[in-house]
Design a protein around this ligand. Structure first.
Ligand SMILES: [Zn+2]
Length: 426
């Protein structure tokens, strides 16, 4: 039996609810950092889902980075069982939003509706996706009462700051174990016709060059850590950037500029630290005895993290060979392996077919230049059958006057509900 017309009708009947739900979520200002109103948004969602037969689990990530009595890291998992056993489809949305920033012409927490768009911080990234997934689940259950398996909806903390108090914590506690969840959709704003298969890898490290302090009028008596760092930067320009530009990938990363390895130098600090607040005098004349940079290296699925690190240590050794007094230290700060779900995975094939059915065009496959919570579901949860799919224009994320389109949310809710129909009522 073709469930689609019935599902479409149920979603159309919920259009006002879809708008109101998105507005309500935007009006709870879940700013991160520091992590405001996490419990409030979980309570709001629980009050909506519990009367519909969802079992509610509130999980606080005790001991996670940022968790405190003042700013507890609350997560919600809601699960509804079908009429018979079967697979579980899980929709995971982060409930935190980034700071407002400057340049807004609308109330960032007003949830204003104008010309088919809902405005506000987090509208696109990703409360619109969360609302669309909830409406999709409710419409599916109404249209296909004999479904089997389970549906889960989670709203999780801290994606914007690494996800350690959210999906990473839940994955460590077994919430994404393959025996309890089989399919995951993360409704991040990748656009309603695109399936995001994964993301590139990340390595953050601090490189410090060392020197010896001396009077600035007699620098020859010291050894400048800043000059050593200058030599490191020159070597990065001369050899590392050309090397990275030559590494291309089969990953369909968007934007296309990210379809190679990249390196950003996030910061540089050398010599005396910033002068204390309130001090109005001059700095002292000293040779810098240390200089630090933080590098952000994004790597491809074809690359190996150990090799990525070896490229940097080989570079530093080349500088050392030219500079007799040069010494350095490299400190690892953060690393994430690249992740890319197979195009033949059930969640990918099902979503692609649903996009084609709803939108009348073929799905496009993309990979994110930066990471998102899929990393934790893949590495910690060991669940590979996971994609990001949701409404919204990625470029609007974190921008002033962020918005999500109501039609886009409704279309992606139709896609998500058809995925449920195929996997749980097919
Ligand atoms: Zn997001």
């Amino acid at each position: 039996m073709d469930n689609a017309p019935h599902i479409y009708a149920e979603i159309a009947a919920r259009r006002a609810q879809l708008i109101a739900l998105t507005q309500d979520l935007i009006r709870i200002p879940t700013l991160n950092p520091p992590g405001l109103h996490y419990r409030d948004i979980c309570d709001y969602l629980a009050a909506r889902l519990e009367p519909q037969g969802f079992a509610i689990h509130m999980v606080r990530a005790h001991g996670a980075p940022g968790d405190s009595e003042q700013f507890p890291r609350w997560n919600l998992i809601a699960r509804r069982e079908g009429a018979a056993p079967g697979d579980c489809v899980h929709f995971n949305s982060h409930h935190d939003v980034v700071e407002v920033g400057h340049g807004w012409t609308r109330d960032p927490f007003g949830g204003e509706l104008a010309d088919g768009r809902i405005y506000g911080r987090g509208s696109c990234d990703m409360k619109g996706g969360l609302a669309a997934s909830i409406i999709a689940c409710e419409a599916f259950v109404a249209a296909c009462p004999d479904w089997r398996g389970a549906i889960e909806i989670s709203a999780t903390a801290d994606e914007e700051s690494g996800g350690f108090g959210g999906v990473a914590y839940l994955a460590e506690k077994g919430w994404f174990a393959p025996e309890r969840v089989q399919h995951v959709i993360i409704p991040e704003p990748l656009h309603k016709d695109r399936i995001c298969l994964g993301h590139r890898g990340v390595w953050w490290a601090e490189i410090e060059t060392k020197g010896r302090i001396a009077h600035g009028s007699m620098p020859f008596l010291g050894d400048s850590a800043i000059r050593h760092m200058g030599a490191v930067l020159a070597e990065i320009e001369a050899t590392l950037y050309p090397l990275l530009a030559g590494k291309t990938t089969a990953m369909p990363v968007i934007p296309e500029g990210a379809r190679q390895s990249t390196l950003n130098i996030n910061s540089i600090h050398g010599g005396q630290d910033e002068l204390p607040e309130g001090y109005t005098g001059m700095p002292a004349a000293c040779v810098a005895d240390r200089c630090r940079i933080i590098i952000d290296r994004r790597f491809l699925i074809e690359e190996d993290l150990a090799e990525v690190k070896r490229e940097v240590s080989a570079l530093l050794e080349r500088v050392k060979a030219e500079r007799p007094t040069f010494s350095y230290e490299v400190r690892d700060m953060f690393e994430v392996q690249p992740s890319m779900t197979d195009r033949e995975a059930p969640i990918v094939r099902t979503t692609a077919a649903a996009i084609e059915r709803v939108l009348g065009r073929e799905a496009r496959y993309v990979v994110s230049p930066g990471t998102y919570d899929q990393k934790h579901i893949d590495r910690i949860g060991r669940l590979k059958n996971c994609i990001a799919y949701g409404p919204g224009v990625l470029d609007l994320a974190h921008q002033p006057d962020e918005w999500v389109g109501v039609d886009d949310m409704a279309d992606s809710a139709r896609v998500m509900a058809l995925v449920l129909a195929e996997l749980l009522a097919g």
